[in-house]
Design a protein around this ligand. Structure first.
Ligand SMILES: Nc1nc2c(ncn2[C@@H]2O[C@H](COP(=O)(O)OP(=O)(O)OP(=O)(O)O)[C@@H](O)[C@H]2O)c(=O)[nH]1
Ligand SMILES: [Mg+2]
Length: 620
């Protein structure tokens, strides 16, 4: 076994918002990646539009910093590849892939929040991959920090997940990522990240390889370049490769093809720079293979040895995605046809192994399956920005059959609420078949509740939870295995207010309708028959006419119109709309609008179907 002592590869993993990307910023600055006066955005690795808007990381990305010989080991410069991963549970597939590129995981835990559901998920993945872990307790500047407890809780988690003695013997650092400081002793704050860099050099194993082993690299991610087409991001396991070399491309079904690597890059800070040669442990980007996919191996032409393919968890949630069939279709989108949608979905599959696309009984609609509502909403939002118009169906859990019995996905749910709300939250989750696993009162007036709950019960849960806890509650959940089907679960208690004709909503009509429930549209909005314009205060749907005009009359009404105020509508975002809809409803998405609708637009057909359901639903 030989070592690359000039190289270290590490992934930063954590629950969402615990400060991974902020820590990468500090590492970049302190390793001299930027000039002192350079204008660099905060959380620079979150470079996607949606990442910046939502303030979260969606795609795992790698960067490289050089730790100079002076700071480093044995008098040589060490290149440190850092893979920043997303902390949101829906993008867990990215974490699994990132872990295939590295030799250790830097586990970040917020000094106050402690380990949360996604911490558990990422730790489990790191342990499964057999990686050593470095623990970093971040945000030690928080006034509500409870550092010692958080360290204990993290050890408990590691033990619970079966960490071996070697993995438990881990270095613990305490950081303030925003200030860029690290220390080994929380009593004595650090001045910079030097203690962290030193710990990385000491505890992250240098990449190993077998000398004289033929070239082997695993494709762990894909990217696209406007000039070069598809780029394959790979980790070299063994051997060397040169730019322009012809190698063997080992594909999924065992085929092996000859391909020429027309371009090859290594990462320096935020840039890809052309490289002539790369060796074991290097993370390279190569161009020249149009149909390469994640999990393929690039290998020595004379002696191709494919590596085991990457495996990621199965999708647990799906929704239908199809052509926009509303009467307002085609007003502002440019990508409208089933063919374009299908091609776009196929393209998405290539770069995202945690997604799956299945045909449905309709030729213009597909079922897209992924890890969660946010992951699917992000896909819809991305397509919308590219000019697509879509009809999106209600998210549904992906069940599977085990021993002739239907099983459904379960989530580990963690909730933080002020004590006063424990009662209502228990009630809400009781209805959704949640089982309380643990309740911890931190003595601060806040309580943490841990549940195991069918994923189905959490669809649309967030809005209700926030309303019931007056916006104070915090909730996180992550997929946690399958269990037998739990029977009926109560969904949204209220029905919809449905427009019964096309037209433009009038002030007059909306004023009269606003007592019926909560409206989603403002006067002037264009509506069509079957479009949902509000939430009914009652449990059933109601057909209404939001376009009704005031009858002209000569008699002046004693109560002037001005006295009645029209409450502002609740404008639903894409995420909220997807949470709101029921089984027989859908969301119409265009670049300019998000509208809610019944799947069946015709009021007469809908009434007939409802009647049939009512009578026919009785067991025969
Ligand atoms: N007080 C304090 N805030 C911090 C610290 N580190 C990060 N933050 C803040 O925490 C928030 C989340 O930081 P990010 O770096 O985006 O967290 P992340 O782990 O990359 O989040 P995801 O990628 O979405 O999982 C930001 O508002 C940061 O400014 C810290 O050490 N102290
Ligand atoms: Mg991040």
């Amino acid at each position: 076994m030989a070592f690359r002592s000039d190289l270290r590869n590490i992934a930063i993993i954590a629950h969402v918002d615990h400060g991974k990307t902020t820590l990468v910023d500090a590492m970049l600055w302190q390793s001299g990646a930027f000039r002192a006066n350079q204008d660099v955005a905060e959380r620079v690795m979150d470079s996607g539009d949606l990442e910046r808007e939502r303030g979260i990381t969606i795609l795992a990305k790698n960067t490289a910093v050089v730790l100079p010989a002076a700071a480093g080991h044995a008098g040589i410069d060490v290149t440190l590849n850092v893979v920043d991963t997303p902390g949101h549970a829906d993008f867990g597939g990215e974490v699994e892939r990132a872990l295939a590129m590295v030799d250790a995981a830097l586990l970040l835990v917020d000094s106050s929040e402690g380990p949360l559901p996604q911490t558990r998920f990422v730790v489990r993945k790191a342990l499964e991959a057999g990686l050593p872990i470095l623990l970093v307790v971040n945000k030690i500047d928080r006034p509500d920090a409870r550092i010692a407890e958080v360290v204990d809780e993290t050890y408990d988690l590691l033990i619970d997940l079966g960490a071996g003695d070697a993995q438990l013997d881990l270095p613990v650092l305490y950081t303030n990522a925003r200030e860029g400081t690290a220390t080994l002793d929380p009593e004595h704050p650090g001045g910079d990240l030097a203690p962290l860099f030193a710990a990385i050099l000491d505890h992250v194993p240098a990449p190993t390889h077998e000398p004289d082993h033929p070239f082997q690299a695993l494709v762990t991610n894909l990217d696209a370049s406007p000039y070069l087409g598809r780029l394959a991001l790979c980790r070299i396991q063994n051997g060397h490769v040169r730019r322009g070399e012809t190698v063997a491309w080992c594909r999924e079904q065992g085929q092996v093809e000859r391909v020429k690597l027309s371009e090859m890059y290594l990462t320096e800070a935020l840039d890809r720079v052309q490289a002539d040669e790369a060796g074991p442990g290097d993370l390279i980007a190569v161009a020249g293979i149009d149909d390469v996919t994640i999990g393929d191996t690039l290998a020595d032409l004379a002696d191709p040895r494919p590596l085991p393919r990457l495996r990621v968890d199965e999708p647990s949630l799906g929704m239908t995605l199809g052509v926009n069939t509303s009467p307002l279709a085609g007003r502002d989108g440019k990508q409208l046809t089933a063919r374009l949608i299908q091609a776009r979905l196929e393209q998405e599959l290539v770069g995202n192994v945690s997604l799956r696309v299945l045909p449905t009984e309709r030729p213009d609609t597909w079922e897209v399956q992924g890890r969660g509502e946010l992951q699917l909403a992000i896909l819809v939002e991305t397509m919308r920005r590219e000019g697509f118009e879509l009809t999106v169906g209600k998210p549904r859990v992906v069940t599977k059959e085990v021993d002739d019995q239907i099983h459904e996905p379960f989530e580990a749910l963690s909730i933080d609420v002020p004590e006063d709300y424990v009662g209502v939250v228990s009630q809400l989750l009781g209805l959704r078949k949640g089982r309380l696993q643990q309740m911890v009162n931190h003595g601060t007036g806040w309580v943490r509740l841990e549940y195991r709950v069918p994923a189905r019960g959490l669809i649309g849960f967030r809005t209700e939870f926030l309303t019931e806890t007056r916006g104070t509650g915090i909730l996180h959940h992550v997929f946690d295995g399958y269990e037998p089907w739990q029977g009926d679960i109560r969904t949204r208690p209220n029905g919809s207010l449905v427009a019964d004709r096309s037209g433009q909503a009038t002030q007059f009509a909306l004023l009269n309708l606003q007592d019926r429930g909560q409206l989603f549209i403002a006067p002037g909005a264009e509506v069509y028959a079957g479009m949902i314009v509000g939430e009914n205060a009652r449990s059933e749907d109601m057909d209404i006419n939001p376009a009704k005009e005031k009858k002209l009359s000569n008699v002046r009404s004693a109560t002037g119109d001005e006295l009645v105020r029209l409450a502002p509508p609740r404008l639903l975002s894409l995420d909220q709309a997807l949470e709101f809809i029921r089984e027989d409803e859908a969301v119409e998405v265009t670049p300019a609008s998000v509208r809610l609708r019944k799947v069946e637009l015709d009021p007469a057909l809908r009434a007939r179907a409802a009647k049939r359901a009512k009578h026919g639903a009785a067991p025969s």
